[in-house]
Design a protein around this ligand. Structure first.
Ligand SMILES: [Zn+2]
Length: 415
């Protein structure tokens, strides 16, 4: 591998241009897509290299009003954020007894009928259905920690996904307010949540380099470039996006034998919408796909390198051998992964996600300040080496199959 072609310094310089929030379907994400497109236009070109964009739409709930008021035994309104995707209460809200049900265990929930319940943790699909079955009238989640101050006291924005019937509504309060609600013995509250659905547009960016000899076999290198609304997502995942850019530049000069596609996905944070749209649109062509190499969470100095492999176990051995050869520490994990690689594996294409443990994901602290040249360069080299070996192998070293066990887990994941 030509190491001089990979530059962590250049990657970091590029990443610093994206220190803004890129929530899917907003101006921020559109601006980021434009920057990536322009950068490709200026830096990656040649015969057999093509670029295109694939826009897609998705539905998002906009919160119009969210309120939580204690009416007994004291009167106080708390600062809350509405849970998106769980519908609206009647216009004037609903008033009901209030109860803390901790983790929603069977014993606590036996007292939940007709009550607005405070829960410890996040209400996702399964928990939501449990609360509905227990007859709860509404729910309050909590976010944050007891040591938060200032703007960190704002409750987190959360969404309920994958639930069609939404008979009950909920909001999020900050940890400190949850403590107060329990300690002051709030026994009756009024909950108001109003929201409406709107259509938003996101897009995937696709650069293809035709293979010189085995053009009918396709390898993909991918990362999402959107962020959560809480922060500018340098670690999650602009760092991954710039690593993919480094590889894209590399292979535009060191032309691969197999066809390679470099993919920047939008709307990952909304539920892998970008990669799901891609595998849907390219359904027929997926038969030619051999492997997806995804990057999600990268670039921080302190942390460990992990590769999650969703495919046959021998892929772990092969990747481990490459990492040994490169002398770069990595832990291999054989499992499904909560990122865009899952969309490929779900459709039968073996996939991996290169990942780095780190600090501050999905918070306002996830900025370029914690990203380093050293880490970006290391991860870029490791991934470039893996990609180069696979792109140039005489015979592809593992079959295009995903074990049944993972297919089943993925069916549950995407349900
Ligand atoms: Zn991510």
């Amino acid at each position: 591998m030509d190491k001089t072609m990979i530059s962590g310094a250049r990657a970091l310089e590029f990443l610093r241009q994206f220190d803004f929030i890129r929530e899917a379907g907003t101006e921020g994400e559109h601006a980021a897509a434009e920057k990536i497109r322009k950068y490709l236009e200026q830096n990656v070109s040649g015969p057999g290299i093509t670029f295109h964009e694939e826009p897609f739409s998705f539905e998002e709930s906009r919160i119009l009003e969210a309120r939580l008021v204690v009416t007994e035994p004291y009167q106080k309104e708390y600062s809350v954020v509405g849970c998106a995707g769980c519908g609206s209460t009647p216009e004037n809200g609903l008033e009901a007894p209030f109860l803390y049900v901790e983790n929603g265990d069977e014993i606590s929930l036996a007292y939940a009928r007709g009550k607005i319940v405070l829960v410890n943790g996040i209400v996702r699909k399964a928990f939501y259905q449990k609360l509905v079955e227990a007859g709860a009238a509404g729910f309050v989640m909590l976010s944050g920690t007891p040591i938060d101050e200032g703007e960190d006291l704002r409750p987190a924005r959360r969404s309920l996904r994958g639930v069609e019937e939404t008979p009950i509504q909920g909001v999020t309060v900050h940890y400190k307010d949850a403590v107060e609600l329990v300690e002051r013995g709030a026994s009756r509250v009024r909950l108001i949540l109003r929201q409406e659905k709107e259509k938003r547009i996101s897009r995937n960016l696709i650069l293809r380099i035709d293979g010189s000899q085995r053009a009918d076999e396709i390898l993909t290198v991918s990362a999402h470039y959107d962020s959560v609304p809480e922060g500018p997502g340098a670690y999650d995942n602009m760092a991954g996006a710039v690593i993919v850019m480094e590889l894209c530049r590399y292979f535009s000069v060191h032309r691969p034998r197999r066809t390679m596609e470099f993919l920047w996905f939008g709307a990952e944070e909304k539920g892998l919408y970008g990669s799901l749209n891609y595998v849907e649109r390219h359904g027929e062509e997926l038969a030619s796909h051999r492997f997806n190499m995804n990057v999600d969470l990268a670039g921080q100095t302190i942390g460990g390198t992990v590769i999650g492999v969703t495919g046959n176990p021998e892929i772990c051995q092969i990747l481990s051998a490459y990492a040994h050869e490169a002398g770069m520490g990595v832990s291999l994990k054989h499992q499904i992964w909560g990122s865009d690689s899952n969309s490929f594996a779900w459709k039968g294409v073996p996939a991996m996600t290169l990942n780095r443990d780190g600090f501050g994901m999905h918070t306002r602290h996830d900025t370029a300040a914690l990203i380093s040249v050293w880490s970006l360069e290391r991860s870029s080299r490791l991934l470039a080496m893996v990609a180069e070996r696979l792109a140039s192998a005489e015979v592809f070293p593992f079959p295009r199959e995903v074990p049944e066990k993972f297919r089943e887990e993925l069916n549950v994941f995407f349900e």
